[in-house]
Structure formats: structure tokens, C-alpha cells
Write a protein that binds this ligand. Structure first.
Ligand code: SAH
Length: 252
């Protein structure tokens, strides 16, 4: 899959693309990321990409034309009808289902806003979908783009060190859609706190049951909406329901 990223700060992506478990996905072009700077498509000696907002007020607005020229160059190279996604606080909040959709597709063109945002006429003309990271305001769309690329890359087959270890992560509907269980590693005792004996037992079925119970417990306490969704989707067994029934009333 191919993602083209339109950003005034392509250098922000360099350490991201070269680090961590997702690096192989990017370097092998399993997730092929191309960076584009609208400044390279701006007119004049100053390669101006922003201007003052009509109607006054603080800040600057990204001009439509350099973005449109940049997009045209990307379209020329890609030769497909890839969707244009703009990161914006007005967009739909990114979640696991959204990430899975992007991870299963053939890519997209990601537009990172800066300043007060992007001239609305560019959005109306060229943007198909707007995506938000949450109800807060970033200085630019780059961190949101990296969040999406990272989440998409780790879902690609073989990217995580342990084959498909992402299937046990939080929110995976193919498993149960619940939150993950707590994790422990050496030493067995740290600052007087012991790791759960079940995990040290070497007894596979016991370990699996312990993990399952902790997933249910944590999700019932922190995200009862996810328990309800798992139940509605038929992802809870009789044993799961028995565990939930024993928890404090009202917690599931
Ligand atoms: N004036 C805008 C904020 C602009 S912030 C408003 O109040 O809604 C500059 C850019 O950062 C935006 O164009 C967008 O690309 C990015 N951005 C800011 N907050 C974001 C969020 N929560 N999710 C995704 N992108 C965001």
C-alpha cells in the first residue's frame, strides 16, 4: 500500500520512519510512504504557502493552490483514485475500526494542516474524509499522520516481531474487542510486589484463563461500552459471563 503525505515539515517523519518495530514495514515499502512539501509547488521567490485569513483574526491559513498543485503531482505519480484524508479536529475520531479499514486498503493521500488550518475551498474540492485524533488541538496534522501510519503498519502481516502478536492487543474484534490484560516481566519480585503466580505457573490453560479474566475485569471497569459491544456481537462465552457476573454490580 502507498501513502502520500502532504506536509510543510517532512523532516518530522524521518526518525519516525526509521525507528522501532514498524521500520521494516516502511523501509521494505510494505507500507510505502512518500513525503511531499507543498512549498515545492508554491509560486514566487518566497514559495509562499500561507496567508492572512479573510475577515481578519489571528493566525495564518494554508493557501489552496500550493496544496492543489502538490496533489496534482501525487495523482500523476500514483495513477489511482486514492482518497484524500485531511487531519482536522472537525473530523471523525480515529479508532481501531478506522485503522483496520485503512490497513486493508491500498493507501491514501494524507494532508497535514498547519496554522489555523486549510482554505475551505481546497477541502470542499479535494478532501474525501477528515480524521481527528481526539478532542484537543495539535499544532499540525503530522503527529496525527504518524499515529495513523504507525497503527496501520503494525497491523501488516509479519511486521511485529512475534507473528501477529497484535491480535492480542486491545480493541481487536477478531479476538474479543476488549482491553488488553496487564503485562509483567523480570524480576519476579520488584519493590516488594510479586508478579501474578498464575503467569509463572507454566500452565498454559491457567495462564490463558488468567489473562482472559483480567481482560474482562479491566474492560468492565474502564470501558463497559466495549463489554456491551462484545456481548452484542456474541464474543463472550458462558465462562466469560460467569466472570463478569462475579464482578461488582453495575460494572458490566
Ligand atoms: N483552527 C483549527 C485548528 C488548527 S490546528 C481548529 O480550531 O479546529 C492546525 C492543524 O493541526 C489542523 O489543520 C490539523 O491538520 C491538525 N490538527 C489539530 N488538531 C488535530 C486533531 N485533534 N486531530 C487531527 N489533526 C489535528
Amino acid at each position: 500500500m502507498r501513502f502520500d503525505v502532504i506536509t510543510l515539515f517532512p523532516e518530522l517523519f524521518e526518525p519516525f520512519l526509521a525507528s522501532g518495530v514498524t521500520r521494516r514495514a516502511f523501509q521494505s515499502k510494505q507500507v510505502d510512504v512518500h513525503l511531499w512539501n507543498p512549498r515545492d509547488f508554491a509560486e514566487g521567490n518566497y514559495h509562499r504557502v500561507d496567508d492572512r485569513p479573510f475577515g481578519g483574526g489571528p493566525g495564518m491559513v494554508m493557501m489552496a493552490e500550493p496544496l492543489a498543485q502538490c496533489l496534482a503531482a501525487i495523482r500523476g505519480e500514483r495513477g489511482d483514485g486514492a482518497p484524500v484524508l485531511l487531519f482536522s479536529p472537525v473530523g471523525a475520531r480515529l479508532d481501531h475500526a478506522g485503522v483496520e479499514q485503512w490497513a486493508a486498503g491500498s493507501g491514501a493521500i494524507l494532508v497535514c494542516g498547519r496554522y489555523e488550518g486549510v482554505d475551505q475551498r481546497f477541502i470542499d474540492r479535494h478532501v474525501q474524509v477528515q480524521v481527528s485524533l481526539g478532542d484537543f488541538v495539535l499544532s499540525g496534522g503530522e503527529i496525527a499522520a504518524m499515529a495513523l501510519l504507525d497503527a496501520v503498519a503494525r497491523l501488516q502481516p509479519g511486521v511485529l516481531g512475534d507473528e501477529d502478536s497484535h491480535q492480542f492487543d486491545s480493541f481487536n474484534p477478531a479476538l474479543d474487542g476488549l482491553l488488553d490484560c496487564p503485562h509483567y516481566t523480570r524480576p519476579e519480585e520488584w519493590e516488594g510486589r510479586k508478579a501474578p503466580p498464575e503467569l509463572l505457573s507454566g500452565h498454559h490453560a491457567q495462564i490463558e484463563r488468567w489473562r482472559r479474566d483480567r481482560r474482562l475485569e479491566a474492560t468492565a471497569r474502564l470501558r463497559p461500552d466495549l463489554v456491551a459491544a462484545a456481548r452484542a456481537a456474541g464474543r463472550l462465552s458462558a465462562a466469560d459471563e460467569a466472570v463478569l457476573a462475579k464482578l461488582a454490580p453495575g460494572s458490566s
